[in-house]
Each structure stands twice: as structure tokens, then as C-alpha cells.
Design a protein around this ligand. Structure first.
Ligand SMILES: [Zn+2]
Ligand SMILES: [Zn+2]
Length: 309
């Protein structure tokens, strides 16, 4: 016998949420998802209704679902979409087109930072540097910096990113395993600005499993990129944390439990290991642990490799 939706009891169920033991129809799933995002924002006091919030959108399912859900969950919020064009042939144009399609349908202002146009490099140019086998890592460093810059340009007070539950627990577990306590602390749901004039960083999807973000896009007609990044090595943190997937197979609450324990651990870690003090990067003026920040170091490497320095 077909199963009916547990919420509306009218439509047929198409989606099962194992940790909540819920059978849902598509409409009730969309409501379930947006109200979960809303509750997460409220639980961690990520922003207020009248704040200006920027969403870092890559074109991937997580960040696209986030922008869409925030627009519907917080209709009064002033939302802006921030996008970095990485200049990767056949890929970046596809990502940007998806982002443009979504912001147009939601009527959200879009701010783009095009690496090629603004600083004359693309992520592929790093193949000529010692980072050639670590493009994902160097891309992460570049994006982190550029999103800070975009947040200042777009005058947003809060910068929301699409980190999902699976990403967060995998990275937390990995940091835990290798004793990388400072990086573990940086995964908390709300990170205060590194310096005055910079944005708060928040993670409203911290409780949303990856597959729910995908289902939200599919059932909610949210456009998202359908290509894998050609430079993605497929050996990310998630692969290393395969043990989490194994444990989660027997226990649908496992990832939530893991997240909750880590969130309890973070204040204890912060109390015992005070944050390192930041200097100011001598080139770009952003907060940095060294005289020159990681972003500027990488840029000078790639410029030198391209004969521009
Ligand atoms: Zn229903
Ligand atoms: Zn710098």
C-alpha cells in the first residue's frame, strides 16, 4: 500500500527522513526543509530579520538551496548573492549561468568577483606552481579571501555559506583525529569578524544532510550546477572520513550526535586554547598570522610562474 505523507496526510509520501522517521510528500518536505534552516538560524542567532546577509553561492546544490531557502524562510531579509568566477574552462561559465538564473528568479542582487578579469589569474594557472597537485586547497584559500572582499564590497554584515551536515562532521572528525584544534574551532556555526568592517560567517545548513539539499533543489525547481569541477581530485576529507558513513549506516542519528558533541567541545577548546593574535598582511591589509597572508603568498607564486611578477 502506498504511504501517505505524515504531515498533511493527504498526498503520497515520496521522501523518507530517517533520523526524524518522517514520510513526506514533496510540498511538506520543502516546508520541513525551510523551517529547519529557519530554526537553525534562530537557535544560533545567526542574524536578525533586518540584517543585510550575503550568501556565498558557487552554483552547487548546497549554496543554491541555501539562498532559495533563506529567501522563502525570511522574506523581509535583505539578501545578496556573492559569486566567485574561478576561470575554469567549460565549468565556471556553467556555474555562473546557474547562479544568474537563480538570482533572477528570486530577485536577489548578485555580486561577482571574476578572478581572470580582476586579478588576471585562473585557478588552472596554479598548475604551474608547487600547488599543482593541491588545486582544491589553493582554490579554498583564494575563495576564502575573495569572499571576504566581496562581502565588504556588497556591504553585507553577515556572510552565509552552504556547508552541510556531512561536510561539517567529516571536517570536524578529521580535525579531531589530527588534533587540529584551531581548525576545529573555526567550524562553529557563527564566527565573529576577524577585524572591524569584516563580516560574521554563519552556516545555516549545519544540520542539513547533503541529500536533503539535493532533494530541495530537485523538488523546489532550484537550478544548480550539473558538472563536477574538472580539477576535483575526489580525495577530499569526506573520503578520509569513510568511517562516519559506515557508522551512519547503522544509526541514522549518528551525524547529528557527532555534530552535537563537537559543538559542546568547541567552547571548552576555546577556553583552554586562546585564539592566536592576528597581524595585518603587509600587502592586502587583511588579518593574517604572518607578515604576508596565505592569499598574497599564493598570488605572488602564481604571478611569478606566469612571468608577471
Ligand atoms: Zn504532505
Ligand atoms: Zn594579504
Amino acid at each position: 500500500m502506498p504511504i501517505r505523507c505524515k504531515r498533511c496526510r493527504a498526498a503520497l509520501s515520496e521522501i523518507y527522513i530517517p533520523y526524524a522517521r518522517l514520510n513526506l510528500c514533496p510540498d511538506c518536505f520543502l516546508k520541513f526543509y525551510t523551517s529547519k534552516v529557519k530554526r537553525t538560524v534562530e537557535e544560533f542567532k545567526m542574524f536578525r530579520d533586518d540584517d543585510v546577509v550575503g550568501v556565498a553561492v558557487s552554483g552547487g546544490k548546497d549554496s543554491m538551496a541555501l539562498l532559495h531557502a533563506l529567501k522563502y524562510g525570511f522574506p523581509k531579509l535583505s539578501l545578496k548573492a556573492l559569486h566567485v568566477n574561478l576561470g575554469i574552462a567549460n565549468y565556471s561559465a556553467h556555474c555562473q549561468a546557474k547562479v544568474e538564473k537563480l538570482v533572477e528568479s528570486l530577485d536577489v542582487e548578485l555580486h561577482i568577483f571574476d578572478l581572470q578579469k580582476e586579478i588576471g589569474i585562473t585557478i588552472g594557472d596554479f598548475k604551474r606552481t608547487p600547488f599543482k597537485d593541491k588545486l582544491c586547497s589553493v582554490c579554498g584559500t583564494i575563495k576564502r579571501h575573495v569572499f571576504e572582499e566581496l562581502a565588504i564590497r556588497a556591504k553585507v554584515k553577515v556572510l552565509a555559506t552552504g556547508h552541510n551536515l556531512d561536510d561539517i562532521v567529516a571536517i570536524m572528525f578529521n580535525n579531531f583525529l589530527y588534533g587540529q584544534w584551531e581548525q576545529l574551532v573555526r567550524l562553529k556555526p557563527v564566527l565573529p569578524p576577524l577585524a572591524e568592517g569584516m563580516a560574521y560567517k554563519v552556516k545555516p545548513l549545519i544540520k542539513c544532510p547533503e541529500n536533503e539539499n539535493l532533494l530541495y533543489c530537485l523538488y523546489g525547481n532550484v537550478p544548480f550546477r550539473e558538472m563536477e569541477c574538472p580539477f576535483s581530485s575526489g580525495t577530499g576529507v569526506k573520503k578520509k572520513a569513510r568511517i562516519i558513513e559506515t557508522a551512519a549506516g547503522d544509526n541514522p542519528y549518528f551525524k547529528h550526535q557527532l555534530l552535537n558533541r563537537f559543538l559542546e567541545l568547541i567552547p571548552l577548546l576555546e577556553r583552554n586554547k586562546p585564539q592566536k593574535s592576528f597581524k595585518t598582511c603587509q600587502i592586502c591589509g587583511f588579518p593574517s598570522l604572518d607578515q604576508i597572508c596565505a592569499y598574497c603568498k599564493r598570488l605572488s607564486l602564481v604571478w611569478r610562474a606566469m612571468g608577471k611578477a
